[in-house]
Design a binder for this molecule. Sequence first.
Ligand code: ADP
Length: 209
Amino acid sequence: MTLVVGLTGGIGSGKTAVADAFAARGVDVTDTDRLAHALTAPGAPGFGAILAAFGRGLRRPDGSLDRASLRRLVFADAAARTQLEAILHPLIRDAARRECTGWRSPYGLLVVPLLFERGGLADVVDRTLVVDCPEDEQVARVMRRSALAADEVRAIMAAQLPRAERLRRADDVLDNAGSPASIAPQVDALDLRYREMAAAAAAIAGRGA
Ligand code: ADP
């Protein structure tokens, strides 16, 4: 089995930018947000289950899921959120495990925004990499990329682990407080280390076989 590096970090910390940098170095990347999106497309298992649970009114005229209404619904109603998570998390976990098994690179990245908060994929991950930047910077970046107001971003952050706690749990940290140009040299160094770790693990597995 390939070495699985779990990539996490708060909203707007730069997970996507960092994952893209690893992918550019030939590293296989599985993104659970992308899986969640695919699992709720028309015809996918999550789509029917969500309509059955929350009503067919969540279907848009073009037949797709009304994601904005669903997001509002679960944001306002904790029981609905729990119900949605009970539908989606097992599907995402299974899909993520399946995809990781098909990786071809010596190690791969599993991007899980709420890796520490939910824990459902903790047993799949060999090592954790946290993308970090100051909280004010998270707010500024998310506001630049979306139509969210500062208090809406802070409400999302309040449902995530505090920065200090996330850093405490990290095996490795990518410091993304600086400019985007500072991502590449850190990814180069981590990539080298992960390739060495994967090679060492493969050598041990080979000896055991
Ligand atoms: P996440 O996936 O963690 O939510 P993204 O990678 O999408 O975060 O980054 C959030 C936004 O901030 C994006 O618009 C991205 O282009 C931008 N961004 C990422 N890293 C930096 C950086 N070091 N400096 C400035 N902007 C950044």
